[in-house]
Design a protein around this ligand. Structure first.
Ligand SMILES: [Zn+2]
Length: 410
């Protein structure tokens, strides 16, 4: 099986790494044919996607203002507006919120489809389409749904420098595509998608920390865990999970937050950001050696709050579960987080083309439930899950289905 996986690597990950130089990108953008940048299939009229699907798009909220979360007395469910396709503003009807404290919230936004990679790139809009499609099924009708707002820049600045944020904004092309490294590129829709990916994470934290929902799953792209303080990498621009963790502390009074990353790649960016942060624990299982090359067990951070549990190529559910039970969970229980944030990558699935770990759906059910156990024990079940990788569409959809089912305590 390893042979077929190797053969299936379309472009893989580049060896790390070159310094990010926004100015260079601005002067010498690598343009590709627009027809390649935006293949016709992404714009086919009537094609079913999260924008055109014949179902309620979910709860509509003021998307372009930063959430006010954290204010006392906001625990009561707010009135929500359901928007069905074709309805204009005057057709909207306010209805009482279906949310209650046992609800799982699903967050996405059609802007996630407008971050267009080069043709054949594994981190592609169809990933969000298959996730959204599977969560339309009958079993998920009780999910609360919301759209990912554009994130306020001051939230991103919790983890990235202002110069870096400016450089990413300025690197975004108005047409075509710019290549930031051999894996990571921007199309005209990338910057908004990245802002909404962070915005979804921040909204998830707001809703969970204020008790309006029990937990939340945010399916946005681009992913975030490779993005370092001043460096885009590995399909990532802003570190959604690290920002979510810092936001919980900054706005909601959380003393300690834990980020648990079961993506098959090490979250070098999250580790970079949180290296000297004694209040946010970062725990990761990942294949090693593999891109990005970090994540040895000896990498522990300045305060011992980095917990790496590397796996080897060919490992499966037994080794994965053992890493959690023997290494990660004891550290989490000792740390007693006030919020659990999952960097939920599903590329350790057996079917995934980018790595060689052999997890199956029951392993994702297991890890979700164990992380919920930790959250139940430490912080009233408060858990926010953010999509990272997962590049086999069938493996991704099935894994997300069992992950969200577990979040719904199904
Ligand atoms: Zn990954």
């Amino acid at each position: 099986m390893a042979e077929s996986k190797s053969a299936a690597l379309p472009l893989g990950y580049a060896p790390r790494r070159r310094p990010f130089a926004g100015a260079t990108i601005l002067r010498r953008p690598v343009r590709i044919n627009r027809a390649v940048a935006r293949p016709a299939e992404f714009r086919e009229p009537g094609r079913r996607d999260v924008r055109t699907a014949a179902r309620p798009l979910g709860v509509r909220r003021p998307c372009d203002t930063p959430p006010a979360g954290g204010a006392p007395g906001r625990h009561a469910p707010a009135a929500k507006i359901l928007l069905t396709p074709g309805h204009r503003q005057r057709d909207m009807v306010e209805i009482p919120s279906p949310m209650h404290p046992m609800t799982t919230l699903y967050i996405t936004h059609p802007a996630a489809l407008d971050h267009i990679p080069p043709l054949g790139h594994p981190e592609r809009p169809d990933r969000i389409r298959v996730v959204d499609r599977v969560l339309e099924q009958e079993a998920f009708q009780s999910l609360a749904r919301d759209q990912a707002p554009v994130c306020a820049i001051d939230r991103i600045a919790l983890c990235h420098t202002q110069d870096y944020i400016d450089a990413i904004r300025e690197a975004a092309p108005t047409e075509g595509m710019v290549q930031l490294d051999s894996d990571t590129s921007m199309s005209p829709g990338t910057y908004e998608a990245a802002l909404r990916a962070v915005g979804g994470a921040v909204l998830a934290v707001d809703e969970v920390m204020t008790g309006r929902v029990a937990n939340a799953f945010c399916a946005m792209r681009p992913p975030g865990h490779h993005a370092e303080i001043t460096q885009p990498m590995g399909f990532c621009f802003f570190n959604n999970a690290a920002i979510a963790a810092r936001h919980a502390r900054d706005r909601h009074g959380a003393e300690r937050v834990a980020v648990i990353d079961f993506d098959v790649h090490h979250g070098n960016g999250t580790q970079d950001i949180l290296w000297a942060d004694r209040n946010v624990m970062y725990c990761s299982t990942h294949e090693m050696p593999l891109y990005p090359g970090t994540g040895a067990a000896s990498e522990r951070g300045e305060h011992g709050t980095i917990v790496n549990a590397p796996l080897r190529a060919g490992d499966g559910g037994d080794e994965f579960q053992e890493a959690f039970e023997s290494v990660i969970i004891p550290r989490l229980l000792g740390f007693r987080p006030d919020l659990v944030v999952l960097s939920a990558g599903f590329d350790a699935h057996m079917r995934d083309p980018l790595a060689n770990i052999n997890l199956l759906e029951p392993d994702y059910t297991w890890v979700t439930k164990r992380m919920m156990d930790v959250a139940d024990t430490c912080c009233g079940g408060r858990l926010v899950s953010l999509l990272e990788g997962g590049y086999d569409l069938q493996g991704l959809a099935r894994s997300v289905a069992v992950h969200v089912t577990a979040l719904m305590r199904g």
